[in-house]
Design a protein around this ligand. Structure first.
Ligand code: PLP
Length: 396
């Protein structure tokens, strides 16, 4: 089939919930993707911060193939080998206690919400607890996750949503304090806000939340679905702040393209929350997905991926800062590590994204006016140079 035919057939049969770019991606290699017309794209989107290791990373596909020939699925009624291995690796890397594997980010959030409510229910013997979430946050599209997503535009048509949610301003500790009541059971936030426009948490803000939570036995939930897995220069972004959550969620790069997520609990929460019968999923802990997680964790450690992010970040930031200096359409840079945003002024960010794609560069937007750069974590300086050249052409 020709490219146009794929696009037409997709529009005919796939529910129209995305306005897609007119590109049919067909295969990838390294940090490049190729479409059905064999055009090459430098990928600074990584499937929305998913493909941390790029395409065909040595050893990864082989690990998946190996598992496919053993068993793809077993159900949670039995133990399986990859889940056991993956669980040890993610729990030990986080210094936390127990993991529950999910199939997506939004499901990890659902699990985190249920866990927090159960913890408070056991403690108080009643069930009318509240959760504080942040304005401009993003936690997913299922109803629970949508309820803690601080974006009225996403929520409006789907009301009534889950009750007991209050919103505060990110990086404003007083506004969080103002929402706390005796019923507050959890505070949920992204360590670095992604969809909302790439806003890293201030260290003081995160530490302040930790202190309030400790003082009042409120659970701190950090959503690391986008900012986790090495992207900011530590395996989990909170590790770079010296603040540990009670519950964390992870997904996106966790399986480097294989759909998988997880919520991870510290000991206090693991021992006083979900028990058999409280939560479940048919696919969660699936051997194929967990073989991916297990291999990703190994490859990160063996090939020092997080250290590479630390090494390449200053160059990336310097090149982006040059763009901000040279071009009026970029007002500022925000971000941490390989999760960066350029604030666009004077023209729609979507126009720049489209022009970049025409130049063979995949970038995406965040919020209403931010150009988001979330490349595979394996990029080298020459890829950053190539990105800058292409972006200059796109805006020129
Ligand atoms: C993408 C994202 C989610 C939702 O994950 P899905 O896998 O799309 O359900 C939740 N939180 C954050 C911070 C995200 O970036």
């Amino acid at each position: 089939m020709k490219t146009n035919e794929y696009m037409e057939q997709s529009e005919q049969y796939v529910l129209h919930t995305y306005n897609r770019f007119p590109v049919v991606l067909e295969h990838g290699d390294g940090v490049y993707l190729y479409d059905t017309d064999d055009r090459q794209y430098l990928d600074f989107a990584a499937g929305i911060a998913v493909y941390a290791l790029g395409y065909n990373y040595p050893g990864f596909n082989e690990a998946l193939e190996n598992q496919i020939h053993k068993v793809i699925h077993t159900s949670n009624l039995f133990y399986n080998v990859p889940m056991t291995e993956a669980a040890k690796k993610v729990v030990e890397a986080s210094g936390m206690d127990k993991v529950f594997f999910t199939n997506s980010g939004t499901e990890a959030i659902e699990g985190a919400i249920k866990t927090a409510r159960k913890y408070a229910y056991i403690r108080d013997g009643k069930a009318d607890h509240e959760i504080i979430a942040m304005n401009h946050s993003f936690h997913g599209r299922s109803v629970g996750a949508l309820s803690v997503t601080g974006n009225p535009h996403y929520q409006e048509a789907f009301k009534p949503l889950m009750g007991g949610v209050k919103f505060a301003d990110f990086n404003d500790l007083d506004s969080v304090k103002a929402q706390i009541t005796d019923k507050t059971c959890a505070i949920i936030l992204e360590t670095v806000q992604g969809e909302g426009g790439i806003y890293p948490a201030d260290p003081k803000f995160l530490q302040g939340i930790r202190e309030i939570c400790d003082e009042k036995d409120i659970l701190m939930i950090l959503d690391e679905i986008q900012c986790g897995m090495g992207r900011t220069g530590s395996l989990y972004a909170w590790q770079g702040y010296g603040v540990q959550p009670d519950i964390m969620t992870t997904a996106k790069a966790l399986g480097c393209g294989v759909p998988v997520g997880a919520f991870i609990l510290n000991k206090k929460v693991a021992e006083h929350s979900l028990v058999p019968g409280d939560h479940g999923t048919t696919y969660g802990g699936n051997p194929l997905a967990c073989a991916a997680v297990s291999k990703v964790m190994d490859l990160f450690a063996e090939n020092k991926i997080v250290e590479h992010v630390q090494e390449i970040t200053p160059y990336f930031e310097a090149k982006l800062d040059e763009l901000v200096e040279q071009y009026d359409c970029f007002a500022a840079r925000r971000g941490k590590g390989l999760m960066q945003g350029l604030v666009v002024t004077g023209r729609p960010v979507g126009e720049i994204v489209k022009a970049a794609i025409r130049e063979g560069l995949l970038v995406i937007s965040a919020g209403s006016d931010v150009l988001r750069l979330v490349p595979p974590l394996i990029i080298e300086e020459k890829h950053i140079d190539e990105m800058v050249e292409k972006l200059k052409k796109a805006i020129g």
